[in-house]
Write a protein that binds this ligand. Structure first.
Ligand code: NAD
Ligand code: ZN
Length: 243
């Protein structure tokens, strides 16, 4: 925790802070990141369950995977890192924004309000025919491939797969290019376009801060890097920032 006062003495309620989180922030809640498990996501090959091609060729397998993830999401809880970000938002109000690559919904459960889920949320699905969106709790998941109650089209998880465009990129661009501090937590810096946001923030004049278990691929764009567990480091940092 060296250099903190030097770095953060300028953080006030007026500072615009944008936080980007990845799978690492949920690791201490018991949800595995896939890169840490050798490219596998809970024993599945990512290409077999998280690409549009996979859904085209084997929708039942893809649905089985997300039904499992959904079941798991109901058994886990936010950890101190999720709650630290809620504290930071309470302090900064509209000057705070959270962008997450996670699809587990844990930031919502913790209570974050100003949030963009750029890769969607696995507690939702939508119809590939009429686009109607549903909460999974409203859908009969006993069906191998759940069907849209309105039009009988196939439903798919509301998750952005590899090779698909993340949601809300324009808004994300604006937020990141206008912030004073950009904080990245628990993300490998490999998955684009999310990984490019760090560079955008830096080029736009923000101070950049990283918290990660391992050094991320884009560490060269991070001004202040804290190596370790988000659930241990983030609560301490936030306490110091909001004094
Ligand atoms: P990643 O799996 O590629 O990388 C996770 C990073 O978190 C690693 O660099 C690792 O060192 C770090 N990490 C692990 N434990 C940590 C901890 N306790 N504290 C801090 N850092 C920790 O994840 P990614 O870069 O977010 O990309 C994976 C993509 O896959 C995401 O875009 C997401 O959509 C999806 N995914 C989501 C979840 C989820 O919703 N929880 C889980 C796995 C994958
Ligand atoms: Zn439909």
């Amino acid at each position: 925790m060296a250099n903190l006062s030097a770095v953060f003495m300028n953080i006030t309620k007026e500072s615009k802070i944008v936080v980007l989180t990845g799978a690492g922030i949920s690791a201490e809640s018991g949800i595995k990141t896939f890169r840490d498990a050798g490219g596998l996501w809970e024993n599945y090959n990512v290409e077999d369950v998280a690409t549009p091609q996979a859904f085209d060729s084997n929708p039942i397998l893809v649905w089985n995977f997300y039904k499992e993830r959904y079941k798991q999401s109901k058994t886990v809880s936010p950890n101190p890192a999720h709650y630290a970000l809620v504290e930071l938002e309470d302090y900064l109000k509209d000057n705070f924004f959270l962008i997450t690559q996670n699809v587990d919904g844990l930031h919502n459960v913790a209570g974050t309000k100003r949030i963009i889920e750029m890769h969607g949320n696995l507690t939702e699905c939508f119809c590939i025919n009429c686009n109607a969106k549903y909460k999974l709790e409203k859908i009969n998941l006993a069906q191998d491939i759940p069907i849209c109650p309105k039009c009988n089209g196939y439903l798919r998880p509301n998750v952005v797969w590899f090779g698909e465009m993340p949601y809300h990129l324009n808004k994300i661009d604006t937020l990141v290019s206008q912030c004073n501090y950009f904080i990245v937590v628990g993300t490998s810096g490999i998955v684009y376009p999310a990984a490019g946001l760090l560079q955008l923030a830096k080029y736009s004049g923000a101070k950049t801060i990283g918290i990660n278990l391992e050094k991320p691929a884009n560490i060269y764009s991070i001004d202040y890097f804290y190596q370790g567990k988000a659930g241990e480091i983030l609560p301490k940092l936030v306490k110091q920032w909001i004094i």
